[in-house]
Ligand binder design. Structure first.
Ligand code: SF4
Length: 413
């Protein structure tokens, strides 16, 4: 008798792609899908978003490598924005996005009018906190809903118990201290509307106290010698709870951060890819590894929290000590391997000819290596130091691939 084959279904890993380079990184390190925005009508307007031509190229690049692309159109437009948005949707209608991410019912209506064949995903901005709300959106043609960040694990389970619909959940990245990202702070203080993707993050600024009758006299508010961290939520990290999320029926694990750098995208995707692949291999023996958690501490973050997954966040989920933490700094990207075995590196942060560097690749590949020289790419001239944007040649005794990253332990650790 033939033994049955046990197929383990794991969720999609969905990564941010704030520009083409970040998209390449996300795909290289194993994202199943990316989300990105055009220059118009996408939250995160300050990420260096894609032109219409760039959107087409991005989709072609990702599809050629088996990754899906979701377009964010999750702003809350005013009446005056509607005409321009319709024109924009019309211009991009031929680009084969795998889904449009929407938040506003009016935008949903427009996408359906212009591109009725498109799959629709509902953004976290729509604040879906219960399955009835999800069912409502499903009846409007939405295939997938991104759950509000204010959901517990029990809340998430309640969705699949009551309806068949794709669920997407943020598992990693910055937490906005307002309710699922709806906030007027930036709009009021800077004129930059967070609901149109222009948040200036004033929730993280320093503040002083002023008594009404004494304008101009400011009393410092200090939690420690570095200032105040009143709204400084730790970053979300649910890496340790992937089996629980899979068990609750989450179909897509989303990483926050279209404004973050390529090092962030690469490092986070790399770790979650590894965890998901190990889970798929054998869910019974799967266990999160300390080294994966350590990897996530090497990139810039604000400390980690599980957010609302196990109930309302408490004191420990707020970071009172500092702003950003990181133990490593990103110094370069491998761009090609030359025929003579040397590699070409695009420098992003000063590199010295005797630095100890770490090369990181897919599948948690990692090589530490102390340089004993480097040369310029152009004429192979020896260099003692290389500066950002310079292209250098290195000779290393192990295999790396284009798009692998190079980092170094931070000197002040
Ligand atoms: S100001 Fe802070 S809380 Fe408000 S939208 Fe921006 S990041 Fe979120």
């Amino acid at each position: 008798m033939r033994k049955g084959i046990n197929i383990v279904i794991i969720p999609e890993l969905l990564a941010p792609a704030g520009n083409f380079e970040k998209l390449k990184m996300a795909v290289h390190y194993g994202a199943d899908a990316v989300y990105l925005g055009g220059e118009e009508f996408s939250l995160r307007n300050l990420a260096d978003n894609f032109t219409i031509e760039g959107l087409g190229e991005a989709v072609a690049y990702a599809h050629a490598r088996g990754a899906k692309v979701y377009l964010t159109t999750n702003i809350f437009p005013a009446n005056d924005d509607l005409e321009g948005m319709m024109r924009y949707l019309d211009k991009i209608r031929e680009i084969p996005f795998d889904a449009y991410i929407v938040a506003d019912p009016g935008v949903l209506d427009m996408v359906r009018e212009v591109s009725p064949e498109r799959v629709l995903h509902l953004s976290t901005q729509a604040n879906t906190t219960n399955w009835r709300s999800a069912r409502f959106w499903q009846r409007q043609g939405v295939a997938r809903v991104n759950l509000a960040r204010e959901m517990t694990l029990a809340d998430i389970r309640g969705f699949k118990d009551n309806l068949a619909m794709e669920l997407e959940l943020f598992v990693h990245g910055a937490m906005c201290i307002s309710y699922s990202g709806r906030c007027l702070l930036s709009s009021v203080m800077t004129g930059r509307d967070a609901n149109k993707g222009k948040c200036a993050h004033p929730c993280r600024w320093g503040y002083a106290l002023m008594e009404e009758q004494r304008p101009g006299s400011y009393f410092p508010v200090l939690e420690n010698d570095r200032g105040t961290f009143i709204f400084n939520s730790k970053d979300l990290c649910l890496l340790e709870y992937l089996p629980e999320l899979i068990g609750a029926g989450v179909d897509s694990l989303k990483i926050e951060g279209r404004m973050k750098g390529i090092n962030y995208v690469a490092s986070v995707v790399r770790v979650y890819r590894e965890a998901l692949d190990r889970y798929r291999e054998n869910p019974e023996t799967y266990a999160v590894k300390d080294e994966w958690l350590e990897e996530l501490k090497k990139i810039s973050h604000r400390g980690y929290t599980t957010g609302f997954l196990f109930g309302p966040p408490g004191e420990e989920d707020h970071e009172y000590q500092t702003g950003y933490l990181r133990s490593h700094e990103f110094v370069g990207v491998v761009t090609e391997r030359a025929e003579d075995g040397s590699i070409i590196v695009e420098v992003r942060n000063r590199i010295n000819a005797d630095d100890e560097l770490e090369f990181i690749g897919r599948g948690m590949a990692s090589h530490r290596f102390t340089l004993s020289g480097m040369t310029s790419e152009v004429n192979d001239y020896p260099l003692t130091v290389a500066h950002p944007n310079q292209r250098i040649r290195l000779r290393i005794p192990f295999h790396v691939e284009p798009l692998d990253l190079i980092r170094r332990e931070k000197l002040d650790n």
